[in-house]
Structures are given as C-alpha cells and as structure tokens.
Design a protein around this ligand. Sequence first.
Ligand code: FES
Length: 187
Amino acid sequence: MHVVPRRRVLGASVGVGLGFGLAGMGAEAAKSPARERPQPGDLVVFRFGDNAGQPVTPDDVPGGEELLQVITKDPSSGVVRDGTRLNGINLVRVDPSSLDPETRDNAAGEVVAFSSVCTHQGCDLTQWLPDTNTFKCYCHYSQFNAVKNGEPEHGPATRRLAMLPIKVNANGHLEVAGRFSGKVGFK
Ligand code: FES
C-alpha cells in the first residue's frame, strides 16, 4: 500500500523515488558537471519552488517537523548539480548539543545536511521526526539518525545515510565544506 507522507516538506516535491531513476543508481555519476556530486565550495541552493537555484541561509531552514530540500551549485560556472536525484539533499535543524563529535564537525551550527536518498532501495526521504532526530523512509520504514552521522535505525536499511559537510560562508550562505561522508543511493 502506498502511504502518503503527512507532514510538510518545504519547497517540494514530495514523493517516492521508486520507478524513477533507479537504474544505475549504484554506478558513479557521469562526469558532466550537473551530475557530479556536490563539491567543496559549492553553494547550497533551493531545489524547488520560486527560489530554486537561489542560495540558502541557515535562517531559511525551518525547525519542527519540516525539512528543506536543496541541491548545490558551482558558483564559478553557475551549474546546478541537478543532473541526478542522487545529488538531492535534505537540511534540518537540530540541537547542536545532541550531535556526536563527528556529526558536529560537519554541521553548520544547528543545521545538518544529509542525502535525500534512502540507502535501502533508494526512495526519497521526505519525513523528518524531530523528537528522535531521524529521517524516516515511507517505503519500508527505515530511519536514519541525523545526530549520529546518519546511522540506520528501525528498518531494513543497513548502511548509513551520507552526510554532506556544510558551513556558513562570508556572505552568510550555506556552502559545501567537503564531500559526502559515504556513498549515496543504495547497494
Ligand atoms: S527504500 Fe527506504 S526503507 Fe526501503
């Protein structure tokens, strides 16, 4: 049975990834700039809506049950890295004191960034549970702990959700500070 997420996703395409772009998800992205994984120095930009392609600041990231779907952009070429859904990222706001040391190193204060693609079978992660600091997948109910570096909990997924290191740059915008902490997608 298909289950429709109840909570809001800012800016967003709420949906499940099965049946879209799953072929080849385990393969490395082709080397076109739009398909390359986020690179250090990329700007974090809105993925959907009227602000699509515009830089994101920490204040744009909601609290509570909302997550913000973003992507990254090469500030030199202007290329938005939206050539593959594997580059989708969710931003959420957490209590910094709850972060384990490794996760804190990759956070921008209260804001953390994780791949939006479930590591079990590749569905889009569209639900954020602030009480447990977990992303929940509606396909088979895996959960990933965002204050413990994406550790899988409560479901069939066995691999961590990749975290993307971010920081606030001199302009007050969120910027990529390193590469994904692990492989994105499933397998
Ligand atoms: S695809 Fe996410 S739990 Fe199966």
